[in-house]
Design a protein around this ligand. Structure first.
Ligand SMILES: Cc1cc2nc3c(=O)[nH]c(=O)nc-3n(C[C@H](O)[C@H](O)[C@H](O)COP(=O)(O)O)c2cc1C
Length: 356
């Protein structure tokens, strides 16, 4: 973040960012970001489960200097969290995708397209690919169906009214051109069109093997909620697993992602890199995830709320807020180094202690 854009002065919390983005974005866009599958309870349960993990304050330790530096997959990060891969981010603010600069990868029916993407990622200098495996079938999202959310956009009277009543979004987005998923538009192997509802059901263990054979860089497999799957993915040669229930946007009757994290940690052993997402809404949630066995955390919707609220300034501010919260939490549990976070900081009666 080397340019001179100052963090937003309008945002003081993730809640604020959500509220501001709700006002600025057309309903159809906000609901796409905020929504979840089925009855939407799992998105809430993810955060409630994190909230139920209570940490033990520790006193009289010198915590004046605190380090948030974390080494994961051989890379040194200044803080232990990043942005989850998200599609159609440009809906929140023009150019949002380059702000996030994340590479994302789904397996579609057309595997050639995925293999082409891997070649392009390699040629562009990407070193890490994330393979998302928890969308073999698309879930039902009621809000999207109700709003007529479709890609490419279908602009009927309802959507026209929605855009017209959110002029700050509509004007800036239209001036920058209607958001396009560029990976598809510039693809040689597909028809250049992103079809969200395209079937991905045929993805299986052989697909993972082919991707692993093809991609020589680091491979993260995202969307894992089963300790048995985790063992098999590790054995298939993945470099890391991202424990995630897609922020409650896929199997709505699944459990909170944080509930599976210690079990998956136990199944893959103490040294295998685990990334966690789903439900993180504060810096202390990140510390909780680390205490439950994650090496690194990723945030989804809060990033979109922040950009939806105030673009790059919003993004910068939300990172600042979360970083500060992680650092404060670390000090209040009596630690100086984020690498020292273990299940020891969790108040005993809230978890079955897992050794890792
Ligand atoms: C608007 C939106 C789009 C998303 N698109 C993708 C995607 O293209 N690929 C993917 O693997 N996950 C996608 N996700 C899921 C996120 O990577 C992440 O798992 C989830 O948002 C984390 O939960 P949280 O929003 O509660 O932080 C998306 C999430 C949102 C909110």
């Amino acid at each position: 973040m080397s340019d001179n854009i100052l963090p937003s002065q309008k945002i003081f919390s993730i809640k604020d960012a959500r509220e501001l983005s709700r006002k600025r974005l057309p309903k159809l866009v906000f609901d796409f970001i905020d929504g979840a599958s089925g009855d939407e309870k799992l998105a809430e349960i993810n955060s409630i489960a994190l909230d139920q993990i209570r940490l033990e304050p520790k006193v009289l330790r010198n915590v004046e200097k605190r380090s948030l530096k974390k080494k994961v997959l051989g890379y040194e990060f200044n803080f232990p969290f990043g942005f989850a891969p998200m599609g159609m981010t440009n809906l929140s603010w023009p150019g949002a995708d380059s702000m996030l600069a994340a590479e994302r990868l789904y397996i579609f029916q057309d595997e050639n397209f995925v293999m082409e993407l891997l070649d392009r990622a390699k040629n562009t200098g990407y070193e890490v690919a994330i393979l998302t495996v928890d969308v073999p079938v698309l879930s039902r999202r009621t809000r999207d169906d109700k709003n007529g959310f479709a890609y490419p956009f279908k602009i009927g009277p309802k959507q026209f009214f929605d855009f017209a009543t959110h002029p700050t979004w509509s004007l800036s987005t239209l001036m920058s051109g209607i958001p396009k998923p560029m990976n598809y538009v510039t693809s040689k192997s597909g028809d250049g069109i992103f079809k969200r509802k395209e079937s991905r059901g045929s993805t299986d263990w052989n697909t993972l093997k082919r991707v692993r054979d093809k991609w020589k860089g680091k491979l993260i497999v995202k969307g894992v909620m089963s300790p048995d799957d985790a063992i098999k993915i590790k054995e298939a040669g993945a470099d890391a697993i991202q424990v995630s229930n897609h922020g409650g946007r896929q199997l709505d009757s699944a459990t909170a992602a944080i509930n599976m994290l210690p079990l998956i940690r136990k199944s893959v052993g103490s040294n295998f890199p685990l990334i966690f997402d789903s439900g993180i809404r504060s810096g202390s949630d990140i510390v909780r995830a680390l205490a439950f066995g994650a090496d690194y955390a990723m945030i989804g919707r809060p990033v979109m709320y922040a950009m939806g609220a105030d673009g790059k300034k919003g993004l910068r501010r939300i990172v600042e807020i979360i970083k500060e919260e992680v650092s404060t939490t670390l000090g209040l549990v009596g630690l100086n180094d984020i690498n020292d976070v273990t299940s020891e900081i969790v108040i005993d009666n809230t978890i079955n202690k897992v050794n890792y």
